[in-house]
Design a protein around this ligand. Structure first.
Ligand SMILES: C[C@H](O)[C@H](O)[C@@H](O)C(=O)CO
Ligand SMILES: [Mn+2]
Length: 420
């Protein structure tokens, strides 16, 4: 441990302690929080099953930075590199299209063994896994509908895919000894104003009922459902709206997934956590950064990220919240994108853990809003950075921007040697 880092840490600790904040305890708590790092930042959401398929479903990746992973081995190598620069032990979130197999297999026939290499790798790395059925970038979703499709055969294909995904998830959980969260997101919706809003939602509800009929052990597998306001090509109406999944999730004890980019542009998910926590079985977050639309920019340490962290900590919601990331930017180094977004998410949690929460709550309760504002503002310039640096050093990852040199070296040695 460098003496400068330790000295700054001890000085910071002393300042926080004056407000009753135990910094060592905060760091212990932080080390327990797992972030689910999404594999799809590494290859622009292409996956390995259908390499020739364009990305569909109303989501889009822009940029042509060199070095996207082309194989499961390359993706794992990139993930390892990113994770080696991020403090803590985390999870990796896979989509079904990331199956690692030479077999020609369609989505409805996927089995746990198609992911065996991922499981072995996760064991070696001490990681958890999360999962997602992939209901886009496939010929059977080419008209934009899947689980709510009017054609029963197409619906059945997607139902079978989701059933298969849940079994894969339960296998991940059993093998890794921790629950795998499996999140259903579908792109279904209309570009223009529909005549019948109800029937697709009724079909989606029936499909979900069939998918979730099989009981699986919650110690190994948890279901989540993700809503969306609009997508590219589904501007007028999305079948799986927030109200739809909020209703479905509450009635059926499913985790409700809140993606930061899936609401009206001025709406924030931080303000939804407290309400949901009172009623929902649990919450899944897709931490993302929408810029004017659901653009999935890499998350930065902005007001909303800090507020998400505060809500989780102040409301003691960490135990019922699964924190996942969902961004994909192909205009910058993809390993750096993971590192920046994941480190920022952890920083936001640390910032929240270093606030005088009880003092602030008391001030609010007694109507002393002056103290509330004064303290929250002053705490913004408390020496959080010294605690963060110490945490990184203690966890054996680069301090401050030192990680960037490692990513640049990896880019030279590995990423730039990959073909297109
Ligand atoms: C690839 C993801 O499943 C996808 O981003 C989904 O979670 C979403 O947010 C769609 O807008
Ligand atoms: Mn999402």
């Amino acid at each position: 441990m460098s003496s400068t880092i330790e000295r700054s840490y001890n000085e910071a600790k002393e300042l926080y302690a004056r407000h009753g904040i135990d910094v060592d305890q905060a760091l212990e708590q932080l080390a327990q929080i797992k972030i689910s790092m999404h594999c799809w930042q590494g290859d622009d959401v292409r996956g390995f099953l259908f390499r020739d398929q364009d990305l569909t479903g109303g989501i889009s990746v822009t940029g042509n930075y060199p070095g996207a992973a082309r194989t499961p081995d390359e993706l794992r190598s990139d993930l390892e590199r990113a994770l080696s620069l991020i403090p803590g032990k985390h999870k990796v979130n896979l989509h079904a299209i990331y199956a690692d197999t030479d077999e020609k297999v369609d989505l409805d026939e996927l089995k746990p063994w198609h992911f065996e290499k991922w499981v072995q790798w996760a064991k070696e790395q001490g990681l958890g896994l999360d999962f997602n059925p992939t209901l886009f970038s496939h010929e059977k979703s080419s008209d934009g509908f899947t689980l709510s499709h009017p054609n029963a055969d197409i619906r059945q294909f997607w139902i079978d895919h989701c059933k298969a995904s849940r079994r894969i998830s339960a296998y991940f959980g059993e093998q890794l000894g921790q629950a795998c969260v499996t999140n259903v997101w579908i792109p279904d919706g209309f570009k223009d104003v529909p005549v019948d809003r109800l029937s697709p939602r009724r079909r989606l509800k029936e499909s979900l009922d069939e998918i979730f009929a099989e009981e699986l052990n919650p110690a190994y597998h948890l279901d989540a459902v993700e809503s969306k306001l609009f997508g590219l090509g589904s501007e007028a109406y999305v079948v799986g709206s927030h109200e739809f999944y909020m209703g479905y999730g509450l009635q059926n004890n499913k985790l409700i997934c809140l993606d930061a980019g899936h609401f009206h542009p001025t709406e924030v998910i931080s303000n939804k956590l407290s309400s949901l926590s009172l009623f929902a079985e649990g919450i899944l977050l897709h931490v993302s950064r929408p810029m004017r639309w659901d653009s999935d920019h890499v998350v930065v340490l902005d007001d909303e990220l800090l507020e998400i962290g505060r809500e989780l900590v102040r409301g003691d919601l960490l135990a019922k919240t699964h924190i996942g990331l969902d961004f994909f930017d192909a205009s910058i180094n993809r390993v750096a994108a993971w590192v920046i977004g994941t480190r920022n998410t952890i920083k936001a949690l640390l910032r929240a853990l270093l606030e005088p929460i009880e003092v602030l709550k008391q001030a609010e309760l007694s109507g002393d809003y002056t103290t509330r504002l004064a303290l929250t503002e002053e705490f913004k310039s408390y020496p959080f950075g010294a605690v963060w640096d110490y945490y990184c050093e203690k966890q054996g990852v680069p301090v401050r921007e030192q990680w960037l040199a490692e990513v640049k070296a990896y880019e030279q040695d590995v990423l730039l040697k990959r073909g297109g």
